[in-house]
Design a protein around this ligand. Sequence first.
Ligand SMILES: Nc1ncnc2c1ncn2[C@@H]1O[C@H](COP(=O)(O)OP(=O)(O)OP(=O)(O)O)[C@@H](O)[C@H]1O
Length: 217
Amino acid sequence: MTAALEARGLGFSYGDEPVWEDVSLSLEAGQVAFLVGPNGAGKSTLLRCLAGWLAPSAGAVLLDGNPFGGRRRLAPRELVYVPDVPAFYDDLTAAEHISFVLAANDARDLGPRAEELMGSLGLAGHEQALPSSYSRGMREKLACVLALMLSPRVVLLDEPHGPLDPEAARALSGELSCAARAGAAILLSCHHDVPALEPDLVVRLEGGRLAREGVRA
Ligand SMILES: Nc1ncnc2c1ncn2[C@@H]1O[C@H](COP(=O)(O)OP(=O)(O)OP(=O)(O)O)[C@@H](O)[C@H]1O
């Protein structure tokens, strides 16, 4: 089966300083993978490379078997990425962010799904506020709504559970499980156990290398 997301022999350096080398990873549709490793191991850097935000110094990223780099425009719903610090427009409300992203992805029919996600992640009633007035956890939730409402095929998230309260963390896990059952390949970084989400695979980045840890008990 062709992998939904594949990294082949990736390397990355900031200047002359390599962060990691020879990173290979393969994720099929419907699989959930956790990316773990100590602070500074390069998890965010790897997610940025997989998302096309940074160009790797070696290797290739493939989506559904097709080479992907920052210069190739993604097809709607091909891949979404929730970075460690999600950014928003200063002068658009949460509802306007949703409308804008749906329109940009030619997915206006997914408005009800966005509304459902706002409810399940605890943002119902906050649609007309500016994300700049949100708490950190609320901004993380909105970023997850904007990503998941598109029913994407590949989902990359940088420590999405970190700023969430336990109830919201379980709700996010439920939505991620639901996305995986619908066929999404999901890679998320984490430091601690993630509530209510069982990964199919755990990969550890440490000492400049990525190793498969297997499935958590
Ligand atoms: N813009 C940058 N310029 C230079 N070095 C950077 C830059 N961003 C990150 N680094 C370095 O790259 C290494 C990996 O950082 P990265 O943020 O990817 O790690 P991480 O595993 O996500 O860490 P954490 O668990 O703390 O979030 C670190 O040594 C960091 O100092």
